[in-house]
Ligand binder design. Structure first.
Ligand code: KG4
Ligand code: ZN
Length: 369
């Protein structure tokens, strides 16, 4: 394949992601005017490594990324059937996230870029998620994006590859974190989202009444930490006198919890769309991204809220952390004439909307929004 370096030419991009607990590498091919083609999307998860600790251990994650990133890249190139010499650009997550993991990815990317003489682009992980509907559906700007994952939760108006306005976000936990804690409290497998969703499908959402935090407050900010306390109380009540939970109790607790999260996200989404209308924005769509966007019950609720405008949810593999979204976001930066040098820094905190005041919310990766 002919090597191309011009910003407006066909480009093959290597994307690398290591900001949390997935070591990911992807190869993406983009011909201007055509949909991008994902030639490989390798994710080496660390779930088994962290399972004994009930959460991600940053130091273990960083070491595993450092050990596995070159293998992920090798596998991605192998799957794509391309040598490194066919790659035009190296894109890597440069933050926000667990700093040891981000550093491991950035160092590996610098080595590859320098060794192969390729341009390097540092990508904001959140931009990777937020730009995914452009990769999957070619969505034009402006659109409303709800980012919901284990480390973040925010409503963003995406106005350009580098232009995001935050309308609101979590003031404490991220929803994925709440799913993970719920699973832990109920003795279910990690990551908690898929296990809780599976149980919820068999349960009665009305048996336990969970709070709907911050619905009484105007605006689009969210809170999820209170749900954990409510869950502990409901679980202990259900267990009282029995010494344990029945299969039915567990399913009902999951259903009640998931319904509360879905209600809150649906109502806040309705408000975010109303805020866009008030600002006179002609939205091209309402999109979700991040691991929690894999939740089917939530997708159904949000589809209803979108009303007249298209609702976009990426395929599950592109909702959770992956290298393809980083390759795409890097490509967008590169096509806009941006690139980084060997001084590219790894950043633990890197808000997408630099103009809005910092949110208090943290997540499994620490404060960053
Ligand atoms: O985006 P992601 O892969 O990593 C972060 O950047 O955080 O999201 C992972 C999070 C985890 O907390 C996981 O429990 C949650 O997404 N998740 C789900 C589902 N699948 C993954 N939450 C709810 N329902 C799901 N089906
Ligand atoms: Zn993520």
């Amino acid at each position: 394949m002919e090597r191309t370096t011009g910003h407006d030419r066909a480009l093959t991009v290597l994307g690398m992601e290591s900001s949390c607990d997935d070591t990911a590498a992807a190869v993406l091919r983009h011909v201007p005017g055509r949909p991008a083609e994902i030639l490989a999307n390798v994710v080496l998860g660390q779930a088994a490594l962290h399972a004994p600790f009930g959460g991600v251990v940053p130091e273990l994650a960083a070491r595993a990324h450092a050990e596995k990133m070159d293998l992920a890249v090798e596998e991605a190139l192998g799957t794509a059937g391309l040598p490194l010499s066919a790659v035009d650009l190296v894109a890597v997550t440069a933050g926000p996230g667990l700093i040891g993991g981000v550093l491991a990815g950035v160092m590996c990317a610098k080595g590859i870029a320098m060794g192969a003489g390729l341009p390097l682009v540092g990508v904001n992980h959140l931009a990777g998620h937020a730009l995914t509907p452009r990769l999957t559906d070619g969505l034009g700007f402006p659109y409303l994006m709800l980012l919901v994952s284990g480390g973040h939760c925010q409503f963003l108006v995406a106005e350009g590859p580098d232009r995001f306005t935050r309308l609101g976000g979590t003031i404490d936990d991220a929803p994925g974190e709440a799913f993970d804690k719920t699973a832990k409290l109920l003795g279910l497998e990690q990551p908690g989202g898929p296990s809780v969703e599976r149980e919820a499908a068999k349960g009665d959402p009305a048996r336990f009444r969970f709070p709907r935090p911050l619905l009484d407050r105007p605006g689009c900010d969210l809170s999820f930490s209170g749900l954990k306390t409510a869950l502990i109380r409901a679980r202990d009540q259900a267990m009282a006198g029995k010494g344990g939970l029945t299969v039915g109790d567990r399913a009902d607790l999951c259903a009640g919890f998931q319904a509360a999260v879905a209600d809150v996200l649906a109502e806040k989404s309705r408000r975010a769309l109303a805020a866009c209308a008030e600002r006179g924005l002609q939205l091209t769509g309402f999109a979700v991204a991040g691991g929690v966007a894999a939740n089917q019950a939530l997708r159904e609720r949000l589809t209803a809220v979108a009303g007249g405008i298209p609702f976009l949810a990426p395929p599950l593999k592109l909702c959770t952390d992956n290298g393809a979204m980083i390759a795409w976001a890097g490509l967008e930066r590169f096509r806009a004439g941006q690139a980084d040098g060997m001084d590219l820094a790894a950043r633990p905190r890197w808000p997408l909307d630099q103009r809005s005041p910092a949110l208090l919310g943290s997540g499994k990766k620490g404060p960053k929004a």
